[in-house]
Design a protein around this ligand. Structure first.
Ligand code: ATP
Length: 624
C-alpha cells in the first residue's frame, strides 16, 4: 500500500495544530463531534433538495465507543461519509475544509449552520492519539475506505469493508506521560463530562454505553453489572426554543443545571435577535449576591456558543462590570471565530452583541423598577452597590446609563426612593439635593447636621454605602440639581444667613481663641446655622468630606487624607453661655470646654479621639 505524504506546508501545519493552536487537549472531542454533526447535517441538506430522499431522524446519531483495554476511543457517525477522493483532499490537506466548500455550494437554512470552516479541527485528534484511523463510506457509494496516519510522517488510504454509510474515527490513545494523564480520555465519566461541556447542544443524539450496576433479580444485596446506552447531550438548546413553550420553571431549571447560582433568579430574559448580528441569549438577574461577588476571584461573563458549540465558558467582554452579576448564555452564528474557536479579541460582532445586551439589561431593570418595585428593591439590596460603582468608575462614563436606576433611603419617606422621585417632590425654593453620609440609617438619623435641613421640610437622602458619595461626586448633578452634603460649609438655605452673620461678628474673638486652642485640628470655628438642639458639630470645607476621609483612610493601600474641618457652635445652646462666661473669666475652663466640645463633635461623626484618657479626665473635671 502506498504511503502518501502530507503536503509540505501541511507537515508544518500539523505540528502547529498539535502543539500550538489548541491550548486544551480535551477539545479534540468537541472537534470530532462537530465534524460528525456537520456530516449528518450534509445528509439533511441533501434530503431538502432531493424529493426522492427522506430524512428519518431516528437513523442519525453520533456514538462514542470506548475500549479501555486496547486504549481505543471511537467516534462513529451516520453522516454523509467521504469518498476516496474526499478523504485524500479533506484529510490529506490540512486547512482544506470540505465543510466550508459545502457551505459555499449550498444555501443553508437559518439556525442550521455547519460548524467546520478552517479545515484543521480533525487534526486535534493527534493531541490525544498517536494513531488515527478513519473508516468511511460515502452516501451513494458502495465502497468504503480506510485512512490511517500516525501524524507528521504521512497517511495511507486503502479500501475496506463497511456496511452502512457514515464515518468511524478510531483513536489510539497515547500512553500516560509524566505531565499528562491520557487515561482521562478512556474514562467514561470524564468523556461524558467533556461531551456535556462542549457539545450539549449538538442537534443529533450523542450516545455512549455506560457501565452501571443494579440489584440482581430477586436479590436484596447482590448487584450485577450491565451496560446501558445513554444519550448524553440535551440536543435542543433552551434558547432556541420558542418562548411561548417555556415556563418559568424551565428557565429556573436551566439556571440550576448550569450552576449559575443556588438562589432562584429574580428575572430572566430570553432574547432572539435577528438584526445585523443574529444571536439568541438567555440572561438571568440573580436574587442573591454570589458569595465571592465582591472579591477579586469573581469572574464576570456569559457562556458563549457558536452554533450550539461552546466557545468560551465566561466571556467577560459581553458584560460591563456594573452588570457583572448577570448570568447566562449567548449563542450566535455570526461570530468571527479564530482557528482555535476562541473568539477574536476585538470582534466587531461581539462588541455589537455586548452593547445590545447592556441595553436590554438596562431596560429590564428600568421596567422592574417601574412595574415591580418590591422585586427591584430586593435586587437593589443585592446589587445596588455595583450600580453605584458603575456610576463612579471609568470617570463617570456610564452615569447617564445608570443614574435612573439608583435608589437611596429617604429621611421623609422612610424607604428607598429614586432620584427622580426626590426631584419631583422638591419644593420650588429648594436648590439642592441634600444628602447625609454615615454608617447606618440609625446613625444618620441622629446626626446634628441634618437638623436645619429637616426643619426646612427638605428631604435628605441617606448615604450608607462607601461608594455613595464618590458616585454622586462623579454625577455632580441630577436633572440640573446639584448634590449637597448636610455637612458642607454652605447649605444654600437663605433665611439663616443674616442671624449667622451677626453671631459671627459678635463672637469673632471667642471663635479665634478656640481655633488657637485647637490649632491645626480645625480650619476655623464658626457659629452654626444648621444646629438646633445640639451644641456642636463638624462640617467640612472643600471637596473632601469627613465621610470620604473615613473611607479613604480605611483602605489598606490608601494614603492618609484629611478633610478640612470646621467646628460649628450652636450659639443658642445653653452650653454656649457657659463657654462664653468661661472665656471672659476663666481661661483654663475655656480651654477645657473647647477640648470637650471638639471631641464630642468627633464622636458624633464616628471619628476617633486622639487621646480618650484625656477626654474622660476632662469630663470628670467638670463633674466635680
Ligand atoms: N466525520 C466526518 N464525516 C464526513 N466528513 C468529515 C468528517 N470529519 C471530517 N470530514 C471532512 O474533513 C474536512 C476537514 O475536517 P476538519 O475538522 O479538519 O475541518 P473543518 O471541520 O472543515 O473545519 P474546522 O477546522 O473549523 O473544524 C471537513 O471539512 C469535512 O469535509
Amino acid at each position: 500500500m502506498e504511503k502518501k505524504q502530507f503536503k509540505a506546508e501541511s507537515k508544518r501545519l500539523l505540528d502547529i495544530v498539535v502543539n500550538s493552536i489548541y491550548t486544551n487537549r480535551e477539545i479534540f472531542l468537541r472537534e470530532l463531534i462537530s465534524n460528525a454533526s456537520d456530516a449528518i447535517d450534509k445528509i439533511y441538506y441533501k434530503t431538502l433538495v432531493d424529493d426522492s430522499l427522506v430524512f428519518e431522524k431516528d437513523n442519525y446519531y453520533i456514538k462514542v465507543v470506548l475500549d479501555k483495554k486496547n486504549r481505543v476511543l471511537k467516534i462513529i457517525d451516520t453522516g454523509i461519509g467521504m469518498t476516496k477522493e474526499e478523504l485524500d483532499e479533506n484529510l490529506g490537506t490540512i486547512a482544506k475544509s470540505g465543510s466550508l466548500q459545502f457551505k459555499k455550494e449550498n444555501t443553508l437554512k437559518d439556525g442550521y449552520d455547519i460548524i467546520g470552516q478552517f479545515g484543521v479541527g480533525f487534526y486535534s485528534a493527534f493531541l490525544v492519539a498517536d494513531k488515527v484511523a478513519v473508516i468511511t463510506k460515502a452516501f451513494g457509494s458502495d465502497k468504503a475506505y480506510k485512512w490511517e496516519s500516525q501524524g507528521v510522517d504521512g497517511y495511507t488510504i486503502e479500501e475496506c469493508e463497511k456496511d452502512s454509510v457514515g464515518t468511524e474515527i478510531i483513536l489510539n490513545i497515547k500512553d500516560n506521560t509524566e505531565d499528562e494523564n491520557f487515561d482521562d480520555y478512556l474514562d467514561e465519566y470524564r468523556l461524558r463530562y467533556i461531551i456535556k461541556k462542549y457539545s450539549d447542544f449538538i442537534r443529533y443524539p450523542i450516545k455512549m454505553d455506560m457501565n452501571r450496576k443494579r440489584l440482581k433479580d430477586g436479590s436484596e444485596n447482590e448487584y450485577e453489572d450491565y451496560i446501558e446506552e445513554e444519550t448524553i447531550n440535551s440536543m435542543v438548546p433552551i434558547w432556541r426554543k420558542n418562548k411561548n413553550e417555556l415556563t418559568d420553571e424551565d428557565y429556573n431549571n436551566f439556571y440550576f443545571e448550569k450552576h449559575y447560582g443556588f438562589d432562584k433568579p429574580i428575572k430572566h430574559m430570553h432574547l432572539s435577535i435577528d438584526g445585523a448580528v443574529r444571536y439568541n441569549a438567555i440572561l438571568y438577574i440573580p436574587e442573591k449576591i454570589p458569595y465571592d461577588f465582591y472579591t477579586k476571584e469573581y469572574e464576570k461573563g456569559l457562556e458563549l456558543y457558536s452554533n450550539g458549540v461552546l466557545i468560551m465558558n465566561k466571556c467577560g467582554d459581553l458584560l460591563p462590570d456594573y452588570f457583572g452579576f448577570v448570568k447566562g448564555i449567548v449563542d450566535s452564528e455570526d461570530l468571527s471565530l479564530n482557528i482555535s474557536r476562541e473568539i477574536l479579541q476585538h470582534d466587531r460582532q461581539l462588541r455589537f452583541i455586548a452593547k445590545n445586551i447592556k441595553n436590554k439589561i438596562k431596560k429590564e431593570l428600568e421596567n422592574m423598577l417601574k412595574n415591580e418595585r418590591d422585586k427591584y428593591e430586593i435586587f437593589y439590596k443585592s446589587f445596588g452597590r455595583q450600580l453605584k460603582y458603575g456610576v463612579y468608575s471609568d470617570f463617570g462614563a456610564n452615569k447617564e446609563d445608570l443614574q435612573d436606576l439608583l435608589m437611596f433611603y429617604s429621611s421623609k419617606e422612610k424607604k428607598m426612593v429614586t432620584l427622580d422621585e426626590y426631584i419631583s417632590r422638591m419644593p420650588q425654593e429648594q436648590k439642592y439635593i441634600y444628602y447625609a453620609a454615615g454608617e447606618s440609617i440609625e446613625r444618620i438619623d441622629k446626626l446634628p447636621q441634618t437638623e436645619i435641613v429637616s426643619d426646612k421640610g427638605y428631604e435628605i437622602l441617606y448615604f450608607t454605602d462607601d461608594v455613595d458619595e464618590f458616585a454622586i461626586r462623579m454625577m455632580m448633578k441630577y436633572k440640573d440639581k446639584e448634590f449637597k452634603s448636610v455637612s458642607s460649609g454652605d447649605l444654600g438655605i437663605e433665611s439663616e444667613e443674616k442671624t449667622q452673620e451677626s453671631d459671627e461678628k459678635e463672637n469673632k474673638e471667642l471663635f479665634e481663641a478656640m481655633k488657637d486652642i485647637l490649632s491645626e485640628k480645625v480650619k476655623y470655628v464658626k457659629s452654626s446655622k444648621r444646629l438646633k438642639t445640639h451644641p456642636v458639630c463638624l462640617s467640612n470645607d472643600g471637596d473632601l468630606t469627613i465621610e470620604m476621609e473615613k473611607i479613604l483612610n480605611s483602605m489598606p493601600t490608601g494614603q492618609k487624607v484629611e478633610a478640612d474641618k470646621i467646628l460649628e457652635i450652636n450659639v443658642n445652646h445653653d452650653v454656649f453661655k457657659s463657654l462664653k462666661e468661661a472665656y471672659e473669666s476663666d481661661k483654663d475652663k475655656f480651654k477645657l470646654y473647647t477640648d470637650i466640645l471638639y471631641n464630642q463633635a468627633l464622636l458624633i461623626e464616628g471619628l476617633t479621639i486622639s487621646d480618650p484618657v484625656e477626654f474622660t479626665n476632662n469630663i470628670c473635671k467638670i463633674m466635680k
